[in-house]
Design a protein around this ligand. Structure first.
Ligand code: PA5
Length: 478
């Protein structure tokens, strides 16, 4: 079975639903649950309310990510105006952030700019700056390496930084995350000491006064340009907010098309009928797969190395949304499937052995691209060798899809489950639709599992230990 949508998006569940897998009657028997799930989704869309969702401090918190699909026109015009001007002005941008303030940006960069962006000339980049990421780790060597790279780019000696313009963008909703802020402080100090001219922009919670984040206060004090991650948008749901759109716009990504694709998906996923709502079907199949058949692992496996960070973004979305100890009634349920990053064809030479013969606790979720922006024919350089001759004239794109299909069929031949998400092309519209599809899917699954997919109390546990530990380290040095 497949659900196809406007523009060519296909959710193919041939190897996940049907005889010997999750059967139609099982989906049919959940009709009432699906109706309730759709009612809850409507409450989120219309009222911004998910009953039982509370913020860290225990007060009810709105859930507003669907509102990102109708951005405020004035804010959008400002974003475009500022980023358009900055594209011309800056040679290099460094984006600081972690988790939801990093993974979406990195994914869009990899998908639309590719691995050689920073090696191209500004003209080849369409007048856009280079883009580096930092703040997603506290590793000192990683940050030292980037400092050295920026020094090389800026030029050495007294002329340091004279014509070189650098922009640091600090993204943190809470405005105090140690990984992001510590690396930003280290780099700002080191680069200014080198005489490199830099500006800073900040993307944080827009609260003012007493509720302002520390980063927001510093930005106000310094007069830095500010963008916002609005209230009710969790990090993992924020890629379509200014948190993700600013760096995307700076690298020439068509942000309107991203939002248009997401809005199309939203319209396509508004039914309680699993045959007509692909995100509901995805959430339901993954939930039933886990609860009824013990498929607690989802191997997210797009084909194409530039799509690897799509897997990494999805891992955060799924892990933080679905890994919950308690249900909405407070019962201990320890719900949560485990996401695994994989990429084809690379991981067919690494992980596939375990998918094909290991424990039957996995669903392999493929993502394939129907038409690549560029494709290349495999030439026949050594005609005497028959194996190679049989590939002659096949394109790399065709071989890539052939490899994916072979993997899917090999898994199915041993009753192993997979599904495929097909994007017509790797452009902003289709990527926007895929991201929104995945966000809706995990929300539907969270609703069906009766958990809160919008909180992440589990990440507070280590933070309570880390704060005092840093304090202790500082004291031990004085
Ligand atoms: O999903 C989340 O909320 C987290 O992963 C955050 O995105 C991450 O911890 C970064 O937080 P902040 O944006 O507040 O720096």
């Amino acid at each position: 079975m497949k659900i196809g949508l406007e523009g060519g998006f296909i959710f193919d569940v041939t190897y996940l639903a049907g005889a010997g897998k999750i059967e139609e009657h099982q989906l049919e028997s959940c009709r009432d649950l699906f109706l309730k799930a759709e009612e809850k989704m409507t409450m989120i869309r219309k009222e911004g309310v998910y009953e039982g969702h509370f913020s860290k401090d225990g007060t009810p918190e709105p859930v507003l990510f669907p509102g990102l699909l109708q951005p405020n026109p004035e804010k959008m015009a400002r974003l475009k105006e500022i980023t358009e001007e900055a594209k011309r002005q800056y040679d290099t941008v460094i984006s600081f952030g972690i988790g939801g303030s990093y993974l979406g940006n990195k994914m869009l960069f990899d998908l639309f700019c590719g691995p050689y962006w920073n090696q191209m000339s500004k003209e080849e980049r369409g007048g856009c700056p280079k883009l580096y990421f930092n703040g997603d780790n506290l590793d000192p060597e990683h940050t030292s390496g980037l400092i050295e790279q920026i020094k090389r780019e800026a030029g050495s000696g007294k002329s340091h930084g004279k014509n070189y313009r650098l922009l640091l963008i600090v993204i943190s909703k809470s405005g105090g995350t140690v990984d992001t802020m510590a690396t930003f402080f280290v780099m700002k100090e080191a680069l200014e000491a080198e005489g490199i001219m830099l500006d800073v922009w900040v993307i944080t919670d827009p609260a003012e006064g007493d509720k302002a984040t520390t980063l927001g206060r510093i930005a106000a004090q310094e007069g830095w340009i500010r963008f916002e991650i609005p209230e009710g948008i969790g990090g993992r749901f924020s890629v379509l907010s200014e948190s993700g759109l600013v760096t995307a716009a700076l690298t020439g990504v068509d942000v309107d098309q991203l939002l248009a694709g997401a809005a199309m998906m939203d319209r396509a996923c508004g039914s309680a009928n699993w045959r007509e709502n692909p995100a509901l079907l995805n959430g339901a199949l993954k939930w039933l797969g886990a609860e009824k058949y013990g498929k607690w692992i989802e191997v997210f496996m797009p084909y194409g190395p530039d799509l690897k960070s799509l897997s990494e973004w999805y891992v955060q979305l799924m892990a933080e949304s679905l890994g919950k100890k308690k249900d909405l009634a407070g019962n201990e349920v320890d719900y949560g499937r485990t996401p695994v990053v994989a990429v084809g064809t690379t991981d067919m030479h690494a992980q596939t052995q375990a998918h094909q013969e290991g424990r039957r606790d996995k669903i392999v979720q493929f993502v394939s691209v129907k038409k690549w922006r560029q494709d290349l024919k495999i030439p026949n350089l050594y005609r005497d060798y028959k194996t190679f001759a049989s590939w002659n004239g096949v394109t790399l794109g065709e071989a890539l899809e052939g490899a994916r299909k072979s993997n899917e069929e090999a898994l199915a031949s041993d009753g192993r489950w997979s599904a495929n998400l097909v994007l017509a092309e790797l452009n902003e519209y289709h990527v926007g639709s895929l991201l929104y599809f995945l966000m809706l899917s995990v929300v539907y699954e969270g609703i069906l599992a009766n958990i809160d997919p919008f909180d992440q109390p589990g990440v507070e546990a280590y933070k309570k230990i880390l704060g005092p530990m840093l304090e202790e380290i500082r004291e031990s040095k004085t």
